[in-house]
Ligand binder design. Structure first.
Ligand code: GLA
Length: 351
């Protein structure tokens, strides 16, 4: 595993970049700031390696602010309604950083902290272990939360992310990775021609602030039906209340697997390059987000401008606003328990 200095934060904390390589030449680069996956080189049909995630080449661009590109998101990925929740009869108030709601862990979430890194490679794979202690009360959340995230790059062309956490007080946890994928590679302008399959019969419709209403709605007969492969762009501009609220797709899908064990959640195929990405997860949900808020104001690696729909996210997760939705799978973590989830992005090529 290659390690290099990547600059330092405003308060002087050094940041490193680690590059994992597998026997096929596939590479993943991760920085200790935000645990951000900055670059992911995967082979196309003709074997050509190209970057399939949106990212920047310098720390300054990440420090300036960006919409969670490639970052580890926590303590609570996605939204919590009205920026508050009640646990054991105590109300916890969070920063309202997305309209009235809390989004992605708060003002300084796990995407903006420096993680402790260790090379944890073994005979099977290069592995980067990242650790972070989120103090009791940080961003309004209770309990000292000790978090470990391990990125592994296997010789089967899988990028595997194992998340684990323990707490000393009852709390809520929902960790994910917020990579924007474009399987067409670094010069493909958008993801509308990507073909997507989502192994989900239902999704969680939202209100206009993108908080789930609590309903688990069948995808049947809606633009949210990706049970058979469909182009991302085929129905994205249809007149549909839910697409209107999201400005495109920005919704949590209820995975048919139900979560708990590693199962196929999504499959994405980019016809021109032939690249295929399968997403497997132990999580019960996945947020499919089509980069609707990317507005061309940020320029990344190689002068690439991040315009609307230039990347898509498949954020494996528990459902948004679970702390306020007792009927959703629970995101509570208690002392003595271990939070443990795994997500695998598996790459291959097809005709
Ligand atoms: C998530 C949300 C989106 C948006 C992005 C970041 O995916 O669901 O609404 O906030 O993060 O821009």
């Amino acid at each position: 595993m290659n390690k290099q200095a990547f600059g330092s934060t405003a308060d002087g904390q050094p940041v490193d970049i680690y590059t994992l390589t597998n026997k096929n030449g596939m590479q993943a680069s991760v920085i200790t700031y935000g645990g951000i996956l900055t670059r992911l080189q995967t082979p196309g049909r003709a074997g050509q390696l190209d970057d399939v995630v949106l990212g920047f080449d310098d720390l300054a661009s990440y420090l300036k602010g960006h919409p969670y590109m490639g970052a580890i998101v926590g303590r609570y990925g996605n939204r919590i309604g009205n920026a508050r929740f009640t646990l054991d009869g105590i109300e916890y108030k969070l920063a309202a950083n997305n309209g009235p709601n809390a989004l992605h862990g708060g003002l300084k979430g796990f995407d903006k902290v420096v993680w402790q890194a260790r090379d944890a490679s073994d005979a099977q794979a290069e592995r980067l272990e990242l650790r972070y202690l989120s103090k009791d009360g940080e961003e309004g959340y209770p309990g000292n939360l000790s978090v470990t995230v391990v990125y592994s790059l296997t010789d089967q062309n899988e990028l595997r992310i194992d998340y684990s956490a323990t707490t000393d007080k009852d709390t809520v946890v929902n960790l994910t990775n917020h990579s924007y994928f474009n399987l067409g590679g670094s010069s493909e302008p958008d993801i509308l021609g990507h073909e997507l399959t989502l192994y989900a019969d239902r999704f969680t419709p939202v209100d206009k602030t993108l908080i789930p209403t609590g309903e688990l709605r069948s995808v049947e007969g809606t633009p949210f039906d990706f049970r058979k492969p469909a182009l991302v762009g085929a129905r994205i501009n249809q007149k549909d209340e839910q697409l209107g609220f999201g400005g495109g797709y920005d919704h949590n899908f209820v995975l048919s697997s139900g979560g708990g064990s590693l199962a196929l959640a999504a499959r994405v195929r980019e016809p021109k390059s032939g690249r295929v990405m399968e997403v497997l997860t132990t999580e019960p949900g996945i947020q499919f987000y089509t980069g609707n808020f990317l507005d061309g104001s940020l320029t990344g690696r190689g002068g690439r401008v991040f315009t609307k729909r230039s990347g898509l996210c498949l954020e494996t997760q528990h459902f948004p606003d679970s702390p306020n939705k007792p009927a959703f799978p629970s995101t509570e973590l208690k002392p003595g328990q271990k939070y443990q989830t795994t997500t695998v992005y598996r790459f291959s090529v097809s005709d």
